[in-house]
Design a protein around this ligand. Structure first.
Ligand SMILES: NC(=O)c1ccc[n+]([C@@H]2O[C@H](COP(=O)([O-])OP(=O)(O)OC[C@H]3O[C@@H](n4cnc5c(N)ncnc54)[C@H](OP(=O)(O)O)[C@@H]3O)[C@@H](O)[C@H]2O)c1
Length: 233
């Protein structure tokens, strides 16, 4: 069994712990707000023998955690969202440290397939001015960032596919919804609605564990995202 460190022991961290054994990973270290509030547990002693870390914390703590893990030379999977503005800095930190690093705003396999379908629809409608587009997401009321990292990534994929018209973006926060994302195109004649609905958090946890095991097995280094694991093996 490869040795796993969980950085963040909230809803996702606990679920990762429950499922890690199924992926050939043994959790040997659990860091949370009580033992790592200021990064005090990011030490070579605590991380001795750790093969890979998975980080699910908050937008306020993720950068310090990534920097600490890079310094320790630990391959890392990051699920925390809300740090997109620091992407270039993180890429530099990861490349200087020479570690493997996989991030995704959404580790569900289904949503990554969904993103490909969205990009294809955007490409096909790029030259159709009769259609207007919207991008919408709904999450539980504890989610700290809005719009979600997944929705931002979906909109980026539409633009990368050549879609230049305005895309109206909106978010709702209510109840316990694990995550719903919808992209729509509307014209006077018809509507196309593409929607992904996460039923629970398990899909995110399984994807992050799959990415961690892939890092251990392939020993790949560099700044990657989950699509490298899923589609560019
Ligand atoms: N990529 C994906 O597939 C995916 C899926 C679900 C969620 N997410 C994202 O992952 C993040 C965590 O989600 P969650 O639902 O697990 O949130 P959560 O239940 O709030 O858990 C985050 C945990 O990290 C703790 N923490 C704070 N500072 C820390 C530190 N310095 N070191 C270690 N742990 C620390 C938090 O403590 P406090 O509560 O005291 O701050 C909390 O217990 C969010 O950004 C969310 O948007 C991503």
């Amino acid at each position: 069994m490869a040795k796993l460190a969980l950085v963040g022991y909230g809803k996702m961290g606990k679920m990762l712990d429950q499922l890690s054994g199924e992926f050939g990973l043994e959790t040997v270290l659990r860091l949370d707000e009580f033992n790592n509030a200021n990064g005090e547990s990011m030490t070579p002693e605590k991380f001795a023998g750790v093969d890979v870390a998975i980080e699910f914390t908050s937008p306020h703590t993720v950068l310090a955690n990534i920097e600490g893990l890079a310094k320790l030379g630990v391959p890392t999977v990051v699920g925390t969202t809300g740090w997109g503005a620091h992407r270039d800095h993180v890429k530099q930190v990861v490349e200087q440290a020479g570690i493997g690093f996989i991030h995704s705003p959404n580790f569900s396999v289904g949503v990554n397939v969904f993103a490909r379908l969205v990009a294809e629809a955007a490409r096909l409608l790029a030259e159709e001015p009769a259609y207007g587009a919207w991008a919408w997401e709904l999450h539980h009321n504890q989610k700290k960032d809005a719009p979600s990292g997944t929705l931002i990534q979906l909109v980026d994929r539409m633009k990368d596919a050549g879609y230049k018209s305005h895309i109206d973006v909106s978010s709702n926060r209510a109840g316990a919804v694990p995550g719903t994302h919808e992209i729509g195109f509307d014209s006077a004649a018809d509507t196309i609605t593409l929607r992904h609905t996460a039923r629970n958090r398990e899909g995110f946890a399984r994807g992050a564990l799959k990415a961690a095991k892939w890092l251990v097995d392939t020993k790949r280094t560099g700044f990657m995202d989950f699509t490298d694991v899923l589609f560019n093996k």
